[in-house]
Design a protein around this ligand. Structure first.
Ligand SMILES: *[C@@H]1O[C@H](CO)[C@@H](O)[C@H](O)[C@H]1NC(C)=O
Ligand SMILES: *[C@@H]1O[C@H](CO)[C@@H](O)[C@H](O)[C@H]1NC(C)=O
Ligand SMILES: *[C@@H]1O[C@H](CO)[C@@H](O)[C@H](O)[C@H]1NC(C)=O
Ligand SMILES: *[C@@H]1O[C@H](CO)[C@@H](O)[C@H](O)[C@H]1NC(C)=O
Length: 442
């Protein structure tokens, strides 16, 4: 390759024939574009962001670094914009020196939601303030006096008995479905969720949710590892901002819920990238029972493994929100999961002697028979296999994998086709002990 000096020399030689001038100009263009590419690379390198744990000497508890800006949202909650490098994930031992992935690799994902079109953003922060300044992420401020809460348990059939991970007296009820358990089989999950506002019987402790579980490892050896996303009404977790509204939530564990992992951005693990979505934030525009309405509000959720980055990306309404690096799962969820489940769950605390059922609502509080737009649902249920190819989940398969405690309390109905192009879908939920058929009603 010619050097720059040679170029100059050629250029100054006015006796060059026309052809040589062309060659000369082409070389200049190539050299020029190489210099340009070099500059871009340098810029990228200087923009590359690395996680940096924040410590303030007085306190070595993992925490986010101080905000660059804070916003008061009209529901009374505070959103702190944390420098992306200083988010709490920086304290995870496998994420020292971690280069933040500034977006997923190009990959065929399922999400179709067109950002900024038909639907307004479901969260108040984005509606009222747009987003955090470039290079920072929104983090919901948590009352320091609020106890930290652990989640408990994947759906299992023997759920009326408190099992490992359940707090004393706590009872879970499910209306869930999923794919067959099979090692190294799944690398993504997708669905549109109706967003509802169930009524809780005991708001000071119960919760009600709609979510997807991506599961690997096993209960019996304590390696159970999960990625979980959905909405939940859980006032204990959100005592201040619209406590009875559904909140977007995420969760993960790598040791069968034995105090590893956490909700939202409350411990090091998940790396947020998006500057609008508040993980753990309320979605106050939800569908409630008894309205005279024609449609239900929805949120589109996808989790897909990125084999280039070795991380599980979360997309909400097609926005890449952030990712769970596979390294945090201690050997599980490394490229694939062995189980995917979708559905609803409630938790209540047992009262009295025998097992009774709570009157806490699941889904919208209506039974699946209510259909659209009354009962809660998840639609377009699909999954990616280990190589990242997507398939609609087959209703015949999902029907085999139902997990239900008592369909008179909470039920699930799996269907496909002939409704609004929904692919595979299910309605789920119920009113628990409010229904006269629900055994053990108080
Ligand atoms: C949870 O972890 C602790 C300490 O790491 C261990 O002693 C305990 O047996 C674990 N509990 C379960 C249910 O695995
Ligand atoms: C159960 O019934 C009570 C009293 O009628 C009502 O206030 C509550 O909303 C109902 N809960 C559900 C989940 O339907
Ligand atoms: C629960 O849902 C199934 C499937 O749609 C239905 O066949 C069954 O009758 C329902 N059970 C009750 C108690 O409503
Ligand atoms: C839902 O699934 C159906 C059938 O697979 C498909 O035609 C439709 O485009 C899907 N809709 C969305 C929003 O993904």
């Amino acid at each position: 390759m010619v050097t720059h000096r040679d170029d100059k020399h050629w250029m100054m030689d006015s006796s060059l024939p026309l052809v040589q001038w062309f060659v000369c100009i082409q070389i200049l263009l190539i050299v020029g574009s190489t210099v340009q590419a070099g500059r871009e690379f340098q810029q990228q390198a200087s923009q590359q962001r690395r996680l940096q744990p924040y410590t303030d000497n007085t306190n070595d508890v993992p925490q986010h670094s101080p905000p660059v800006k804070s916003f008061l949202v009209s529901d009374g909650s505070w959103i702190d914009c944390i420098p992306i490098e200083g988010q709490i994930a920086a304290h995870h031992q496998t994420l020292q020196e971690h280069n933040i992935q500034m977006g997923p690799s190009t990959q065929a994902r399922r999400s179709r939601h067109a950002p900024g079109t038909s639907q307004l953003h479901p969260q108040l922060f984005a509606r009222e303030h747009g987003s955090c300044p470039q290079g920072s992420i929104p983090v919901q401020r948590i009352d320091p006096d609020r106890p930290s809460l652990k989640k408990s348990r994947i759906p299992t059939v023997s759920t009326s008995i408190a099992g490992p991970g359940a707090a004393p007296g706590e009872t879970h009820e499910y209306a869930v479905t999923g794919l067959p358990q099979s090692a190294h089989s799944y690398s993504g999950a997708y669905a549109f969720f109706s967003v509802n506002g169930p009524v809780l019987e005991a708001p000071q402790q119960d919760f009600s949710l709609s979510q997807v579980w991506i599961i690997d490892g096993h209960w019996n050896d304590g390696t159970l590892s999960t990625i979980e996303v959905g909405w939940q009404t859980y006032p204990l977790l959100h005592p201040n901002d619209k406590p009875l509204a559904p909140h977007l939530f995420i969760f993960w564990t790598n040791n069968a819920y034995n105090y590893s992992g956490c909700y939202n951005l409350e411990c090091p693990g998940f790396v947020q990238y998006d500057s609008k979505w508040v993980i753990g934030g309320a979605m106050p525009y939800y569908t409630t029972l008894g309205e005279n309405r024609k449609r239900e509000l929805e949120v589109e959720i996808e989790v897909l493994y990125d084999p280039t980055q070795l991380s599980w990306w979360l997309y909400v309404n097609n926005d890449p929100v952030g990712y769970w690096p596979a390294s945090i799962f201690d050997g599980r969820l490394r490229g694939s999961a062995n189980l995917v489940q979708w559905g609803g769950e409630i938790v209540f605390f047992k009262r009295g002697n025998g097992i009774s059922h709570s009157k806490t609502g699941m889904g919208s509080g209506a039974f699946p028979v209510g259909g659209y737009p009354v009962a809660a649902y998840q639609r377009n249920i699909s999954f990616a296999d280990a190589s990242g190819d997507y398939y609609d989940a087959k209703p015949s398969v999902l029907k085999q994998q139902r997990i239900l405690n008592d369909p008179h309390c909470y039920n699930i109905t799996i269907q496909q086709g002939n409704f609004r192009n929904w692919g595979t879908y299910f309605f789920f939920g119920g009113s628990g002990g409010n229904n006269s058929g629900c055994a053990g009603k108080e």
